[in-house]
Design a protein around this ligand. Structure first.
Ligand code: BGC
Length: 893
């Protein structure tokens, strides 16, 4: 049976708040093989029964089922639209109408009547005390409400209430953007929260990223000195009339019981000071103060339809530990970003004080040093009335452990729950295999993502940093996009990257950029500057290209094109005869071939810089081709060829050796195609030698590590790639796993084999960067690979790599067309491969190391370039083959 299982809007299941028509796509289900969509018919209506159509495509003969732009329909503000689609296929089947999808529009055009209002004054710039705002209003008499929407944002962090009820379930809104250019607002349906007669709308505001204490140099007021709320409630009556209640001077301001809230340091909440009923009607606000209007350019406002931070999971406390030093510590068994919620009874004025941290030291005592100046402490003062439940809301903590510094009464584990928060993204990846350590590594990579995709892609969630380091986000982008639907998340961040670029196209080290102008005391950045480091700044090019590969989204390429080009032009402007280098470079950051105590790996800067210069230029040339910018395509293609030529001349000797004897030099040359063909095999062999010089261990840093396994497996060394992945002594991915890690560490030697720690000045246990090996699990071990000529997995290349002594592997990737599944079992020297190709897509199966195909599963395999390959349409397939000796099928289990 043919059906459309889901419609997606900008890659999301639903959108609440859009200011332009979303891009439409849908997933097709069928029990047949070789299903290709023949035609589609889409309707958009103001009502769920489709009696009020605003758009009807009619029957469109086309196989396109994703990334469909519907043109410029005129949208109404604050309005819900319903969508449905039906299709026919190449077998002559017709589907039913799909399940409905919908989106809600934001405030379109210049309809903002509301003002930004504040209960603070500029004199409060140093204050971290949350404030309250409220307004009483009446509804029009004797009129039935059809719908009510509120559109809101803040300078700071806000939470909205209507008649005492929390509005929506987003956290830390409006998130962090380059506020002066781009401020997101949220849209909520509040129809059910309104009362006949009197109503009260209220908001709590905290300092957040806007005016809070941020950055490792601990400045504040990056964007302004006062928090402020912008809020417009639109009530639509059945008779077609509207009533608008906006934030303005008539609101009243007060103080919250949240006496302190800062992202790094935590919160202090004195429950005795809660003003009961403050966002309800029968509250007397006579003692509250007048509010002031804050000037802010409303052109910065952009609707946010999805991807807000939310409470995603709840984890029970696992163990109560009494440390050798006598501290009471709760262990949640998982490093994460979030909050601890507790239930407590006690007397008025009693306190709960919790200190959050990541790891115990070698003696089993509380280890706080790696948090640097971040206090990560929450403090709650009890009212003394019955059982009290509380968790923070205007900060978050990065932790696995919690030191209970004060807690009235006895401690019971059941009183504590951890609430995991991160940006809401659909989960798209599944990986499991017969090696439990590898499964734990996959788990740790995923939790690195969950912990660090808190509105912006952060380096780490615990110390006084939590910044959108571009390098980290760039190297992890592909892995992240196998694990979760990252389209909305990265599209948002890339807007800020573009906004914060220097006029010359330079890209700041962190986005949003709060380093520029605030690093006078920093030992590296004061001199070296705050933008344009290779491998970091290249996020400008790599991330949009990755979105294109994973989601087939040309809009992101269009939107970012000027930014991508700006960055490549910046490199060109600062290159000397096509060899690029610029001021401060992080290079192969925290590589183990660095000098003792240094962060900077041994691979020469000019080599790394020029390698990335070539890589980004090539991606830009490809982008120009996709966007049909022919002149640019030809120009950057030629530039790329010149850089490659210069790379050969400069970084290879006449005998074909690389001038730098480091693993990372060889890895980048191989993976970025910077090796002359005649020397490819020699370069790959040399990489293997360099690996063996370190006993089969990597000594690579941020830039070499993500590509190491690829460099080996793509160059006739699959066994070595597997061996590298599965190493479990220091330094290796599985060394961390064996040491009990539940997320990925910043340093290979975060905790050394003797139990001592790397210097506390930079030793996070929750950095996703080295988790970038995750893409090797999906792209190579499972072999689910995108095809850049048919992006978004419209055509998928399935080319798994059994090995590593595993007896089975099972992986799925939920593409925009549906589930791509690959499973292999290795048994008695044979491999049984089963895979699923979603409807309306095609696949090429490539089996590189085959001695004999035993069962072809009705596929027509041909032997091409040393591998067996077959093309197929959608459906499920089973192939059985005998691998050759390059595949290691000695089982470990
Ligand atoms: C961050 C890194 C980042 C680096 C740049 C560190 O402080 O934690 O992940 O990329 O600085 O050098």
């Amino acid at each position: 049976m043919l059906s459309v299982s889901q419609i997606m809007l900008d890659g999301e299941v639903s959108l609440s708040g859009v200011d332009r028509l979303p891009i439409i796509g849908w997933k097709i289900d069928s029990d047949r093989r070789d299903v290709v969509q023949h035609s589609w018919h889409l309707q958009c209506s103001l009502t769920a029964d489709f009696s009020s159509l605003v758009f009807d495509s009619g029957e469109v003969t086309s196989a396109q089922s994703n990334n469909i732009e519907l043109g410029d329909a005129a949208l109404l503000s604050s309005t819900r639209y319903h969508l449905r689609v039906r299709i026919t296929d190449n077998h002559g089947e017709r589907s039913e109408w799909s399940p409905l999808a919908g989106f809600v529009t934001g405030m379109l055009g210049a309809l903002w009547q509301a003002e930004f209002i504040s209960a603070e004054t500029p004199a409060d710039s140093e204050k971290s005390h949350a404030t309250l705002l409220r307004k009483t209003f009446g509804l029009k008499q004797h009129k039935a409400i059809a719908a009510a929407w509120v559109h809101a944002t803040a300078l700071g962090i806000y939470q909205l209430f209507l008649n005492g009820e929390r509005v929506g379930n987003d956290e830390l809104t409006p998130g962090w953007t380059s506020y002066r250019h781009h401020l997101l607002y949220q849209t909520y349906d509040v129809t059910a929260l309104l009362n006949q007669g009197e109503n009260v709308i209220g908001a709590e505001l905290g300092a957040g990223w806007f005016k809070g204490d941020m950055g490792f140099s601990r400045h504040r007021n990056y964007y302004g000195e006062q928090t402020a709320l912008l809020c417009q409630l639109v009530i639509q009556y059945d008779d077609g009339s509207r009533q608008v209640v906006g934030s303005d001077r008539s609101w009243r301001g007060g103080d919250s019981a949240r006496e302190f809230a800062e992202i790094y340091d935590g919160e202090r909440f004195d429950a005795r000071k809660v003003q009961a009923g403050w966002s309800q009607t029968d509250f007397n606000d006579a003692s509250w103060r007048a509010v002031s209007v804050v000037n802010w350019d409303k052109n910065t406002l952009v609707a946010q339809g999805a991807g807000t931070v939310r409470q995603m999971e709840r984890l029970a406390a696992k163990v109560l530990i009494i440390t050798p030093q006598g501290d009471k510590v709760l262990d949640f068994g998982q490093n994460m970003s979030g909050w601890v919620e507790f239930r407590v009874r006690g007397n008025a004025g009693d306190k709960v004080v919790l200190r959050h941290f990541e790891t115990l030291d070698a003696n089993g005592n509380v280890y706080l040093d790696n948090l640097r100046t971040a206090r990560q402490t929450t403090e709650y003062v009890l009212t003394g009335e019955g059982e009290e439940t509380w968790h923070p809301r205007f900060s978050w903590q990065g932790f696995r452990y919690v030191k209970v510094e004060e807690f009235p009464g006895g401690l019971d584990l059941n009183q504590f729950t951890a609430i995991v928060i991160h940006s809401d993204m659909a989960s798209t990846g599944h990986f499991a295999c017969s090696n439990p350590d590898l499964n734990q590594l996959h788990h740790n990579i995923l939790w690195g993502l969950k912990s660090n995709f808190v509105d912006v892609p952060t380096d780490c969630p615990q110390r006084d940093e939590r910044l959108g380091w571009t390098g980290d986000a760039q190297i992890f982008c592909r892995t992240a996009s196998y694990l979760m639907q990252t389209q909305t998340f990265f599209a948002k961040w890339l807007v800020d990257l573009k906004a914060d670029q220097t006029p010359e196209g330079g890209v700041p080290h962190v986005i949003p950029d709060i380093l520029t102008g605030h690093c006078d005391q920093d030992k590296f950045l004061a001199e070296g500057g705050t933008h344009s480091a290779t491998g970091w700044a290249d996020a400008a090019v790599v991330n949009p290209w990755t979105m294109y590969l994973m989601y087939g989204d040309t809009r992101v390429l269009e939107n970012q094109y000027a930014s991508m080009k700006g960055w490549v032009d910046f490199m060109q402007a600062h290159a000397d005869n096509d060899i690029w280098r610029y001021k401060l470079q992080f290079g192969d950051w925290v590589a183990l071939d660095a000098q003792e105590g240094s962060y900077f790996g041994a691979t020469p800067e000019d080599l790394i810089c020029t390698a990335w210069y070539a890589h980004s230029t090539q991606l830009l040339a490809k982008t120009a081709k996709v966007l049909e910018r022919t002149d640019d395509h030809l120009y950057y293609d030629a530039l790329h060829a010149r850089i490659v030529e210069r790379f050969h001349q400069r970084f290879f000797t006449a005998d074909g050796d690389m001038t730098a004897r480091t693993q990372t030099a060889h890895i980048l040359a191989l993976c970025f195609n910077l090796v002359p063909d005649v020397w490819r095999e020699r370069t790959a062999n040399r990489l293997v030698e360099l690996l063996h010089e370190h006993g089969g261990h990597l000594v690579t840093g941020f830039l070499g590590t993500p590509y190491f396994c690829h460099a080996l497996s793509q160059n006739q060394h699959p066994k070595e790639a597997w061996a590298l992945l599965l190493k479990d002594d220091f330094p290796s991915w599985l060394y961390q796993v064996k040491a009990g890690a539940t997320t990925i560490w910043e340093h290979w030697d975060g905790i050394k084999p003797d139990g001592s720690m790397w210097s506390p000045d930079m030793n996070s246990f929750n950095h996703y960067a080295y988790g970038a090996v995750g893409e090797w699990l999906y792209r190579t071990v499972a072999g689910i690979e995108a095809d850049e000529t048919a992006p978004g997995f419209k055509h998928v290349v399935i080319s798994p790599l059994p090995g590593g002594g595993l007896s089975w592997m099972d992986a799925r990737y939920q593409s925009i067309y549906g589930d791509i599944a690959v499973n292999w079992q290795a048994h008695k020297g044979r491999v049984v491969l089963t895979f699923r190709v979603p409807a309306n897509t095609t696949a090429t199966v490539k089996l590189p190391a085959v001695r004999e195909i035993i069962t072809s599963g009705s596929l027509n395999f041909a032997h091409v370039n040393g591998e067996w390959a077959a093309h197929c349409g959608s459906g499920e397939y089973r192939v059985e083959y005998l691998p050759d000796e390059s595949v290691d099928l000695t089982y470990t289990d």
